[in-house]
Design a protein around this ligand. Sequence first.
Ligand SMILES: C[S@@+](CC[C@H](N)C(=O)[O-])C[C@H]1O[C@@H](n2cnc3c(N)ncnc32)[C@H](O)[C@@H]1O
Length: 259
Amino acid sequence: MNPIDRFNLEVSDNIRGLTNDTDLQALSRVWIREITRHKWAYNFAWLGRPAIQFPNDTWALQELIWQIRPDLIIETGIAHGGSLMFSASMLALLDLCDAIESGVTIDPKISQRKALGIDIDIRSHNRSAIEAHPMASRIQMIQGSSIAPEIIEQVMHIAKSYSRVLVCLDSNHTHDHVLAELEAYAPLTSIGSYCVVFDTIIEDMPDDMFPDRPWGPGNNPKTAVREFLVRHPEFEIDKSIQHKLLITVAPDGFLKRTT
Ligand SMILES: C[S@@+](CC[C@H](N)C(=O)[O-])C[C@H]1O[C@@H](n2cnc3c(N)ncnc32)[C@H](O)[C@@H]1O
């Protein structure tokens, strides 16, 4: 066996071990519960913009982006713009890799690849900072509710010009909202790509964890994913991602479009 295959086999064995280690999975849930009380996800930034994410999940997204090589990343929930900046910078890297591979330089101002963000409330200080960022030419933002018909229509119109689409849902985390987002945006996911649903972990957290939020156990992105999958066999949960991460806010949220 060549050394690359041997290493890949070792990683598969690692992930199989983690898949069967229910003690470690339980410990990870406890760790997530306790660190969430400290708003740990707020402590990180990508290229200067705060990203409300667990770094592990962003790493997993990087692996998916390299694998899929999308030309459009659609994200609901912009906040300070960190996750959108991450997507834009990954698309810039893909352009750079294409240029090196093909020998043709791609002008970022006319590059097709785009990160499209939707948020009901793009605060002016966040908008200004995102628009002033060197990655801005790869970013398009739409303000409005992600489930409003006119917003969905705009996104669908933009998506028509792209062929490899990755979708990330990270806005309002109630069951009904995420289900409506899934119905609207998951169909834009290209075959082989993913629709990533963040904060499914809420289902595994204690009842009193989100007292000032409308979501909680029984009403959250994971319950929406479960309902969505009953009607959408074209998607399946890629459990290998949560098993290798263990520390993730998106257990059962990495949905792969298979057909
Ligand atoms: C968790 S934050 C997004 C974090 C961001 N993805 C990041 O990683 O930095 C949630 C965002 O969803 C937005 N939001 C809430 N309700 C929404 C809705 N109905 N439509 C679109 N965005 C919404 C909020 O304004 C907020 O900025």
